[in-house]
Ligand binder design. Structure first.
Ligand SMILES: Nc1ncnc2c1ncn2[C@@H]1O[C@H](COP(=O)(O)OP(=O)(O)OP(=O)(O)O)[C@@H](O)[C@H]1O
Ligand SMILES: [Mg+2]
Length: 408
C-alpha cells in the first residue's frame, strides 16, 4: 500500500476513535446532568413544601427540623403567588440581593439596606426560561416555585466541552511539534544525501573530462562527433552534480529576466523531446526575479517532463509570463494539453512518493516545490486542470523590480 493511503487510513481511524471518545464523554455527562437536574427539582419541591409547613406550624422543634431540611438543599429558587408577586427566595447570591442606601437624614456612616428588585426580577426571568415551575397549594392560594440549575449542575454541563477543548488543543500542539521535528529530520536526510551525491559524482566527472582530453590527443580526433557527444554527456553530468550541490546549501539568487531564463531552457529542452510536442512562450519579457539558474532549470525540467508524460502523443506546452506590480510578483504559468489532474489530487501531487507512472518515483514535484519555496522564496501550485484537456501549474516568484530601461 502506498504510504499516503496508509497515512489516510490512520487519519480516518484516529478521527473515528476521537469522535467515539468525544460522543461517549458527552453522552455520559448529559446522563449525569439529567439525573442531577431531576434531583434538583425534587429538592426545590422539598424546600417549598417545608416552607408551607413553616407557615402552618408554631412547634419550635418541628421548625428547626424544617429549617435543617431547607438548608440542606442548595437549589436557587423563587416562589411567587399566582399573580406573580415574589413571596420567598432562597439560594440567591447574598451579595446581590440588597442595595445599600444612605440613611434619609444623611447621617454619615448610617446606611440602610433595601431589596434589589431588579436583581430578583432578572433571576426570576432566568428561572422561567430554565424550568417549568412546581405548583403548590398554600393556605388557599397557589404558589409557583421557580428554580434554576445549581452552580454545580451548570459547571457540569459545560465541563465536557472545556475538557474536550483542552485535550484537542493539547493534541494539536503535540502533533505540530511532532510533525515539525519529523520534517526537520527529513530535511537533514535530504540535504545530506544531496551533498554526498554531488561530492561522489565530482571525482569521476573530473576524471572523465581528463580522459576525453587524452582521447582527443591520442586519436587526433578534435572534431569527431562521437567525442563531441561524449563531452555533452559529461557536461550534463556536471550540471546534475552542480544541482545537487546547490540544494545541499542555500544558493545565491541573482536578478534575471524570467523570460530569458525560461526561453533558454525551452530552447534546450524542445530539441530533446518528441517532435509531436510543440512549445510556445508568451508574456512580458521584462520582468525580473531573483533566480538561481541551475536550480530553476531543474524546476522547469521537472514540470516540462511531467507535461510531456501527461501528453502521451501529440500536444502543446505553453509557458506564459505575467506579473502583478502591486504585489511585486512574477507569475510563470506552465500549461499542457495532457491528461489532467483530478481536483482532489491538486495538493497530493506535491507529496514525495505520489506517482501514477509505472517508472516514476514521485519525487519530481516534491523536489520542485522545495526548490521554489525554500530556495526561491516563491510558491507553486496547480492553478487549474481539466481531465482529458490539460493542466496549468503556476509558479510565483518575487519581482525584484521592473526593468524600466528595456520596458521603455
Ligand atoms: N502536468 C501534469 N499532468 C497530469 N498529471 C501530472 C502532471 N504533473 C504531475 N502529474 C501527476 O503527479 C504525479 C507526481 O509527479 P512527480 O513529478 O512528483 O512524479 P513522477 O513524474 O510520477 O515521477 P518522477 O519522480 O520521475 O518525477 C505524476 O505521477 C502524475 O500523476
Ligand atoms: Mg515527474
Amino acid at each position: 500500500m502506498n504510504p499516503y493511503q496508509q497515512k489516510k487510513r490512520w487519519k480516518y481511524s484516529l478521527l473515528t476513535f476521537a469522535v467515539v471518545i468525544a460522543s461517549g464523554s458527552l453522552l455520559y455527562t448529559s446522563y449525569l446532568v439529567r439525573n442531577i437536574a431531576k434531583s434538583e427539582r425534587t429538592r426545590a419541591q422539598v424546600w417549598a413544601m417545608s416552607m408551607k409547613q413553616v407557615l402552618a406550624s408554631d412547634d419550635n422543634d418541628f421548625l428547626s427540623y424544617v429549617f435543617a431540611v431547607r438548608d440542606s438543599s442548595i437549589v436557587p429558587a423563587i416562589v411567587t403567588n399566582n399573580r406573580g408577586d415574589i413571596q420567598l427566595s432562597r439560594g440567591l447570591d447574598p451579595t446581590k440581593t440588597f442595595i445599600k442606601l444612605e440613611a434619609e437624614d444623611n447621617t454619615p456612616g448610617k446606611i440602610h439596606k433595601k431589596y434589589d428588585i431588579a436583581y430578583f426580577k432578572a433571576e426570576l426571568a432566568n428561572m422561567k426560561k430554565q424550568h417549568t415551575p412546581i405548583k403548590l397549594k398554600v393556605l388557599d392560594t397557589e404558589w409557583l416555585v421557580y428554580y434554576k440549575d445549581s452552580d454545580l449542575l451548570t459547571q457540569l454541563k459545560y465541563f465536557p466541552y472545556i475538557q474536550l477543548s483542552v485535550i484537542a488543543i493539547f493534541l494539536l500542539l503535540a502533533y505540530t511539534a511532532f510533525s515539525s521535528s519529523r520534517k526537520s529530520e527529513q530535511d537533514q536526510v535530504w540535504v545530506g544525501l544531496a551533498k554526498e551525491t554531488a561530492h561522489q559524482l565530482g571525482t569521476p566527472i573530473s576524471s572523465l573530462m581528463a580522459w576525453i582530453e587524452l582521447m582527443k590527443e591520442k586519436f587526433n580526433a578534435e572534431d569527431d562527433p562521437l567525442i563531441g557527444e561524449m563531452e555533452n554527456d559529461v557536461k550534463r553530468l556536471e550540471i546534475v552534480a552542480d544541482r545537487f550541490s546547490k540544494i545541499g546549501s542555500k544558493p545565491q539568487l541573482e536578478e534575471h529576466k524570467v523570460y530569458d531564463v525560461v526561453k533558454d531552457f525551452v530552447d534546450y529542452f524542445k530539441i530533446r523531446v518528441s517532435k509531436n510536442i510543440s512549445f510556445e512562450l508568451t508574456g512580458n519579457p521584462h520582468l525580473l526575479a531573483g533566480i538561481n539558474v541551475p536550480l530553476f532549470d531543474w524546476v522547469l525540467e521537472n514540470l516540462m517532463k511531467n507535461a510531456v508524460n501527461a501528453i502521451e502523443g501529440k500536444g502543446k506546452i505553453k509557458v506564459d509570463i505575467s506579473g502583478n506590480k502591486i504585489k511585486k510578483q512574477v507569475f510563470i504559468d506552465i500549461s499542457d494539453t495532457g491528461k489532467g489532474i483530478p481536483r482532489s489530487k491538486f495538493d497530493t501531487v506535491f507529496q514525495p512518493g505520489y506517482t501514477t507512472r509505472k517508472r516514476g518515483w514521485g519525487l519530481g514535484l516534491s523536489l520542485t516545490k522545495r526548490m521554489v519555496e525554500n530556495y526561491h522564496d516563491g510558491q507553486i501550485f496547480v492553478r487549474d486542470s481539466e481531465m482529458g484537456k490539460g493542466t496549468t501549474f503556476r509558479i510565483i516568484l518575487k519581482n525584484i523590480r521592473h526593468d524600466k530601461q528595456t520596458a521603455a
